[in-house]
Design a protein around this ligand. Structure first.
Ligand SMILES: [Zn+2]
Length: 224
């Protein structure tokens, strides 16, 4: 029974760090979506800056054109310049519209970012809670294993070394169950038939009798 529990505990102890890693990966992936939003935000600010620069340049050139207007000599030149100024003003107005659209997007992304941050902080506390639980369970298992191993040492001190070695070998191969009871001529490890002769051998206590099929050490239920 001690060995069966030890086997299960070691198994669990081996699985727990993998479980923790999976949780960690899951959480890291959730961080990615916030990074993407932050990236989008930075990109929008850059776009806004670019457009504002273009707007300033456009305003500057409109001023220059307007100043030149009064230096022109002919009507034809004057009319052509007015057309050019109108074109520049249209460009300017288009730029202003674009900047407004970008600002709207900036607001939206900012909102998205705040929501994602809130979500992530909730996810983080869930993850930390799970991590703590897993770490505590590992500690618990380690303590229990130490306890069981100490118990086992006391038990096995009285057993013949050769028999103990055989027992250990079967234990390793049989997922922590080295012993199997015989009930109604059937091995309870693999449920195959056990002969009369085998049962007699068990009763003689001369050697360890193992199941021919699953190799577990056989014992009789009532005389264990
Ligand atoms: Zn068997």
């Amino acid at each position: 029974m001690v060995d069966k529990e030890l086997y299960a505990l070691r198994d669990e102890k081996e699985e727990l760090p993998k479980k923790l890693e999976a949780k960690e990966r899951e959480f890291e992936e959730k961080k990615e979506s916030l990074l993407k939003i932050e990236e989008k935000y930075k990109d929008l600010l850059k776009q806004k800056k670019d457009k504002e620069l273009q707007l300033a340049t456009k305003e500057e050139s409109i001023k220059k054109l307007q100043a030149q207007l009064y230096t022109l000599k002919t009507n034809k030149e004057y009319t052509a310049m007015l057309v050019e100024i109108e074109g520049a003003k249209a460009d300017k107005s288009a730029l202003e519209d674009e900047i407004l659209a970008i600002l709207e997007n900036v607001d939206k992304v900012k909102e998205e970012e705040a929501k994602e941050k809130e979500k992530l902080s909730r996810e983080e506390s869930v993850f930390k809670e799970e991590k703590k639980k897993i770490e505590e369970r590992i500690k618990e298992i380690e303590q229990r294993i130490a306890q069981l191993e100490a118990q086992r040492k006391i038990f096995s001190a009285g057993i013949d070394a050769k028999i103990l070695a055989q027992y250990e070998r079967i234990l390793k191969n049989r997922q922590g169950m080295a012993l199997a009871a015989v009930v109604n001529y059937s091995c309870q490890g693999c449920f195959m038939n056990v002969t009369h002769q085998i049962i007699n051998e068990i009763k003689m206590y001369e050697r360890l009798v193992t199941c021919g099929v699953c190799q577990r050490i056989l014992y009789l239920e009532d005389e264990s």
